[in-house]
Structure formats: structure tokens, C-alpha cells
Write a protein that binds this ligand. Structure first.
Ligand SMILES: C[S@@+](CC[C@H](N)C(=O)[O-])C[C@H]1O[C@@H](n2cnc3c(N)ncnc32)[C@H](O)[C@@H]1O
Length: 355
């Protein structure tokens, strides 16, 4: 007679056999929409889906395993039964995700296109949200601008309202997905003031840092981020015109740090020349998201640019980005259970299943 442990071992072995199939699907998913082969994707999914009936019948057997009751057995027996029970639950959890993952894969077969930035440019804002963000911005940075920063042509810490900022970050995130959905992304706010945009960017990117010349502002930003528990973020107190580490970032944002056109141009040149090719620049000139006329870089949409590529590539990138999700994707590490064989698909997706 087959023991419970043997059934679970067989179940986990069957799961391991699915991994090459989900990896094959992931390889197709991670291609941008214009290069993805929908037929190949459909075929690869069908190959995986043929395993579903067998997985279901194993699931039916595992569903009968009951939760152990501690009082009825020795500690060692309880530990072993509890472990078996948890492994069975993990299997059933992954099995239940099958429909959701299927929806997600099918979205990549025929992605719906959504513009990166709304047109016409945003004018209506949520008054309460705007007011609350402005209050938080003031609380985060009570410092008075340092006279040395005024002398060097810096603007004071005047915030871009949060809604246009969020529109821009969502668009930049989608451009990054179209470039490569499988990498961790680093964001930099050049002239971060009290750091509230750095915090907001952690919603989209694995890591968000700030760069700030004014020492009082930089201290305020550090304190803000510490208080709100954004422990992975770093604030560099340095001059953006000479900063040497732009190449460490995938997404670089700046909102009018400097007062004169000449200084702004020098900053843009420094960033464009020293960032890696393929770096996404988010450079709004004002809250209506217009662009500074002198910015010379391949433009994806509005104030979103990409370094080191030709305009034709930027146009293609915009189209591929329009075929990505408008939501923040739930990767394998965001799941409340071990995603197991679904991990490659969840991590290569540029679309979610529920839209
Ligand atoms: C208009 S505020 C932008 C604040 C915030 N990034 C936002 O988007 O809401 C510009 C900030 O850039 C900083 N800044 C200006 N020149 C700088 C420079 N050369 N290096 C680093 N920071 C600078 C200013 O001190 C100020 O905090």
C-alpha cells in the first residue's frame, strides 16, 4: 500500500517535471509583444495543460490528508505529519492557481494595448490626494533651503504633484517591462528634496534612491525614509552635475532641479553621457508633463526618454510598452505560498491575468 509520504513524494516529482515546460513558456513571455510568437506560446501552453488531469487526480488524493492533531501523537510524529500536510497544501495551492496562470498566459497571446500616458495630458486631479501629498511633503522636509544651494542655481524643494508623478512612474515601469520583464530595477530621484518621491517609487521598483545637493534636505530625506521604514533606500548627498554613479540605475527621474536652461542642459548631458544605454529617463519640465525643448535623447512618450538608442527603437519600445500591463505585477516572491513550478511564468510576465 502506498503511504501518505510516498504520494506526496510522487506529487512533488510530478511538479518538478513541469518546470521545463513552464520555463519554455517563460522564455516566450519575456519577449516583447512585437517579437513574441503567439502560436508558439499557445502550443507550449497546450503541452503543459495536457498534464492538468493527472495533477488534478493527484490533488484529489492529497485533499484527503487531514490536519494532524497535536494532542493525539508524539512530538516527532506530529512534526512529520505536519510537514506532510503542509507539502500537500502547497501542491493544492499551486494547482488552484492553474486557471489564473492560464488567463495570464492568454493575455500575452493577444495583449490589449493601452497608451502609456493619457492624452490629452492630465488636467483633473483628486483634490484631497493632492492636498494630503503636499502636506506630507512639507512634513518630510521642514528644512530651509541652504544659501549655498541657492548660489549654485538650485530650485528649492518644490514637489511635482503626486498624480502626474504616478502616471509617469507607471509608464516608466511599463517601458522597463517591455525592455526585459525579468530584472530587478533601480530608480534614482535626482534632486530628491525630502525624499517623498523616493518612497513613492518603491511601489514600482525593487530599489529607489535619492540624490540631493542641499545638506539640510538630504538629512530630512534620510530621516523621512528611516521613519517610514524604507530601509533599502539610500540618499546620496552630492552634486548631480558631477555625480559619478548614474550607470547604477535603470530609471532616472528629475523634475527641474536647477533654475537656468544652461544648468539643466549640463545636467541632462551628464546623465545621458554617463548612464548605461537603455536607461529610462523621466524628465517632466512642469506639472502638465511638457518636455524641455533642448533635451536630446530618444523619446518614448511625453517626458519619457531612453538613452543610447535610435528614435526608431524608441518608437518600437513605445509600442511594446503599450502592450504591457497597467498594473503592478504580482511576481512569484509576492505570493503568500511557494509558487514552485509557476515561478518562471510569474517572473517573466509583462501582463497580469485579470485585465
Ligand atoms: C523642484 S525640487 C524636486 C523635488 C522632487 N524631486 C519632486 O519631484 O517632487 C528640486 C530639488 O533638486 C535639488 N537640486 C538642485 N540642484 C541639484 C544638484 N546640482 N544636485 C543635487 N540636487 C539638486 C534641490 O535642492 C531640490 O531639492
Amino acid at each position: 500500500m502506498t503511504s501518505v509520504m510516498q504520494v506526496i513524494d510522487i506529487a512533488n516529482e510530478k511538479e518538478r517535471a513541469l518546470i521545463p515546460l513552464t520555463e519554455e513558456i517563460a522564455r516566450i513571455l519575456q519577449e516583447p509583444a512585437s517579437r513574441r510568437d503567439p502560436r508558439q506560446l499557445g502550443d507550449s501552453w497546450a503541452k503543459l495543460d495536457r498534464m492538468r488531469p493527472e495533477m488534478r487526480s493527484i490533488g484529489n488524493a492529497l485533499r484527503k490528508i487531514e490536519k494532524p492533531v497535536r494532542a493525539r501523537m508524539t512530538a516527532a510524529a506530529y512534526r512529520a505529519e505536519r510537514q506532510a500536510y503542509e507539502r500537500a497544501r502547497g501542491f493544492l495551492h499551486r494547482l488552484r492557481e492553474w486557471d489564473e496562470v492560464e488567463r495570464l498566459v492568454r493575455r500575452h497571446v493577444s495583449p490589449r494595448r493601452t497608451p502609456l500616458l493619457p492624452a490629452p495630458q492630465p488636467t483633473r486631479r483628486d483634490a484631497l490626494l493632492t492636498q494630503i501629498y503636499e502636506a506630507l511633503h512639507r512634513l518630510a522636509n521642514p528644512a530651509v533651503q541652504d544659501p549655498s544651494a541657492v548660489d549654485r542655481g538650485c530650485f528649492a524643494d518644490i514637489a511635482l504633484p503626486i498624480q502626474p508623478f504616478d502616471l509617469l512612474l507607471s509608464a516608466a515601469y511599463r517601458v522597463a517591462l517591455a525592455q526585459n520583464p525579468c530584472r530587478a530595477l533601480r530608480f534614482l530621484d535626482v534632486g530628491c528634496g525630502g525624499g517623498t518621491k523616493v518612497f513613492a517609487a518603491t511601489r514600482y521598483f525593487d530599489r529607489a534612491d535619492g540624490l540631493e545637493l542641499d545638506p539640510g534636505y538630504a538629512d530630512a530625506a534620510r530621516q523621512t525614509l528611516e521613519k517610514i521604514g524604507a530601509s533599502k533606500s539610500t540618499i546620496n548627498q552630492a552634486d548631480a552635475l558631477t555625480f559619478a554613479s548614474y550607470a547604477d540605475y535603470n530609471v532616472i527621474y528629475f523634475y527641474r532641479p536647477l533654475r537656468t536652461e544652461a544648468l539643466l542642459e549640463a545636467l541632462e548631458q551628464r546623465i545621458i553621457e554617463t548612464a548605461r544605454p537603455g536607461t529610462i529617463l523621466v524628465a517632466p519640465h512642469d506639472a502638465s508633463l511638457t518636455v524641455r525643448p533642448g533635451l536630446h535623447c530618444a523619446q518614448v512618450d511625453g517626458p519619457i526618454f531612453v538613452t543610447g538608442i535610435a528614435q526608431a527603437e524608441a518608437d518600437q519600445l513605445r509600442q511594446d510598452a503599450e502592450a504591457t500591463c497597467t498594473k503592478i505585477l504580482g511576481r512569484s516572491t509576492h505570493r503568500s505560498f511557494d509558487a514552485g513550478y509557476w515561478e518562471p511564468i510569474l517572473d517573466a510576465a509583462s501582463f497580469s491575468g485579470d485585465e
